[in-house]
Write a protein that binds this ligand. Structure first.
Ligand SMILES: C[S@@+](CC[C@H](N)C(=O)[O-])C[C@H]1O[C@@H](n2cnc3c(N)ncnc32)[C@H](O)[C@@H]1O
Length: 225
């Protein structure tokens, strides 16, 4: 078997997406561990991770790379965050914000062996609670099923560097179940256009029918060159 590079730190092994395991021999969920030429990979299931689904479905730009500092909103039990942790490597960091104490318990277990993930029990609406710890992130990732998802993103935008990339999984049903998903997505993009430009939007069917995955770029603050 060969490991074919998709992006830095992201590979395809016989058609299956994978990242290089930062913690050799250790699984995070039900992924497979595959060793090729003495490198251990963890398969990355697009049915379990919207970022993997977006990559499989043609995401063009991968801003998360070796050494990146990532602010991750809605880390849950760390499925996707663990692959982000593989990609950023030992010199990178993942600030994993999660509101649920139950999910946080599992996430903390994952972080015991992954020293580049910093689990933080916070409501992502209360940015002041973690802003000093995070500082300025290179990349923002938001996967929060909440009616005020756009507002939460806008609040956290101040922690993202200028022209930094934000990846967002927008869940139409959580925002407004009475509206057509296409209208909800349009309204979300209209709101966040106050601070972000749209780079790409990616349908992630058949892996997930509820979300639209978007790549956004933070606009430079006025007056900067
Ligand atoms: C769909 S799950 C995230 C799955 C995860 N991103 C993955 O791919 O492995 C959404 C998570 O957002 C969390 N969440 C919802 N509202 C939140 C908020 N206001 N602040 C922080 N986390 C929140 C939920 O508890 C849940 O764990």
């Amino acid at each position: 078997m060969r490991a074919e590079k998709v992006f830095d730190g992201v590979y395809r092994l016989d058609g299956r997406l994978a990242t290089v395991n930062l913690v050799r021999g250790k699984k995070v969920y039900d992924e497979d561990l595959v060793t090729i030429d003495n490198t251990e990979y963890r398969t990355w299931n697009p049915y379990r991770s919207k970022l993997a689904a977006a990559i499989v479905n043609g995401m063009e730009r991968m801003a998360i790379k070796d050494g990146s500092k990532v602010l991750y909103l809605g880390a849950a039990t760390g499925t996707t965050a663990s692959h982000v942790s593989d990609i950023v490597g030992a010199s990178g960091s993942v600030y994993a914000i999660e509101i649920s104490e139950r999910s946080m318990r599992d996430l903390i277990e994952v972080c015991e062996s992954r020293e580049n993930i910093f689990p933080m029990l916070h409501d992502a609406r209360n940015v002041e609670g973690y802003a000093d710890d995070v500082g300025t992130a290179d990349v923002l990732y938001e996967d929060i099923a909440s009616p005020d998802q756009a507002e939460i993103l806008l609040r956290n935008a101040d922690l993202l560097k200028d022209r930094g990339i934000a990846y967002v999984a927008i869940k139409s049903q959580s925002i407004d179940i009475s509206k057509k998903p296409s209208e909800v997505f349009k309204e979300f993009l209209r709101k966040v256009s106050a601070k972000f430009d749209l780079v790409q939007s990616i349908e992630i069917e058949p892996f997930d029918r509820m979300h639209l995955f978007v790549v956004l770029r933070k606009r430079e603050a006025p007056g900067k060159h």
